[in-house]
Design a binder for this molecule. Structure first.
Ligand code: MN
Length: 358
């Protein structure tokens, strides 16, 4: 079996990325973290945003999180050839409401990821951070990132306050992504919103499950509002939330569209489920149910991701996990989900394509 590619992996930005490189006037509002004996606190826009225990952070920060050479050893060890890369600390940039600061923080991340990982090896495809305070700035950063070599962009899975993804205000960005051929990725747990919903009994599982609801809402908004109808070549990818919710949303949306037809506007050129099958994709780490519903979604809809180096991912047991997930499926399905769909969407070569002389 060919080495797998991961559609969902994370890098850890260096401590001084924003503090040292932002214009002096913005540094007191930079993204940075402060450690005490037991915790690390993330600051963004001059406010403390989030606190994590060091014992947890130590588990999700192997050297490969920030060091490309160490990371390549981990990839080889896990039988993973290539990765689509998402940030860690930079995700807090979505909480910054100041346009200029958000734009500068995003640019610094995109430039660092390019220099540190993407230019080091064709095994890495970075996802460019786009600002959300203003659409014109998001379009400009998409175009700048593409000119530098980026082939994918990201937006928060929870839409910014006051601008739902059903709003036509986003159309210039959908048009720009369609024009550039860059899929738009929505990673779970991103965007402004409550991170901790439950603190009592069951909290760990409740809060974990809560992260995947916004991705479903976002896809529903994009389909129902006609955004995917108006941009038929736009592809949207929902990352880390599993994939077996796709057929459920397809059925629910078709039911609403058909049974409530008298209320529906705009009318779409196809059923909601047909837009999802044509333009939406979702990544999973362990979601075996997604492989049971390929008749409904099609194999193009789902992609595997390791989520390296996070606890909810498959590292350091990737091969055992893949064997378990794909037991009973065909080699064709495994090939589509673990590398062909990634090549089609992200231009990430597979191990054999990369080894072939140009
Ligand atoms: Mn992830």
């Amino acid at each position: 079996m060919k080495m797998a590619n991961s559609a969902d992996s994370h890098v850890l930005e260096p401590q001084g990325l924003w503090l040292e490189n932002l214009p002096a006037s913005m540094r007191d509002r930079a993204l940075y973290t402060v450690k005490d004996d037991t915790h690390e606190t993330v600051f963004a826009g001059g406010k403390a945003m989030w606190k994590s225990g060091l014992t947890y952070l130590d588990r999700v920060r192997p050297p490969g999180a920030h060091d490309p050479e160490a990371r390549l050893l981990d990839l080889d060890d896990q039988g993973v050839w290539g990765e689509v890369l998402f940030p860690s600390v930079a995700l807090w940039t979505y909480y910054i409401d100041d346009l200029e600061l958000q734009v500068e923080c995003g640019k610094l991340y995109n430039d660092w990821l390019l220099d540190t990982f993407m230019r080091r090896s064709p095994r890495w495809v970075g996802v460019a951070f786009l600002p959300t305070v203003e659409i014109a700035s998001a379009v400009a950063e998409l175009q700048r990132a593409v000119s530098l070599g980026y082939r994918a962009v990201m937006l928060p899975s929870t839409a910014p306050p006051n601008r739902p993804y059903s709003s036509a205000e986003w159309d210039p960005l959908w048009a720009a992504a369609q024009e550039a051929g860059t899929p738009v990725c929505f990673h779970v747990g991103t965007g402004q919103g409550e991170i901790i919903i439950a603190r009592g009994a069951g909290g760990a599982v409740i809060n974990y499950v809560e992260t995947f609801y916004p991705t479903q809402r976002t896809l529903c908004h994009l389909v129902a509002s006609g955004a995917l109808d108006r941009h038929p070549d736009l592809h949207v990818v929902f990352v880390e939330g599993g994939a077996s919710w796709l057929p459920s949303l397809m059925e629910r949306m078709d039911e609403g569209y058909q049974q409530h037809a008298m209320f529906v506007r705009p009318k779409l050129s196809m059923l909601p489920s047909e837009f999802i099958a044509r333009q939406a994709h979702a990544t999973f780490q362990h979601d075996r149910a997604a492989l049971q519903t390929l008749e409904i979604t099609g194999t193009q809809a789902i992609l595997w991701g390791s989520d390296y180096p996070h606890l909810e991912g498959t590292w350091p047991n990737t091969q055992e996990t893949l064997e378990g997930i794909f037991k009973g499926t065909t080699p064709e399905v495994r090939a589509a989900v673990t590398y062909q769909n990634l090549a089609d969407l992200f231009g990430l070569p597979d191990a054999e394509q990369a080894a072939r002389p140009a």
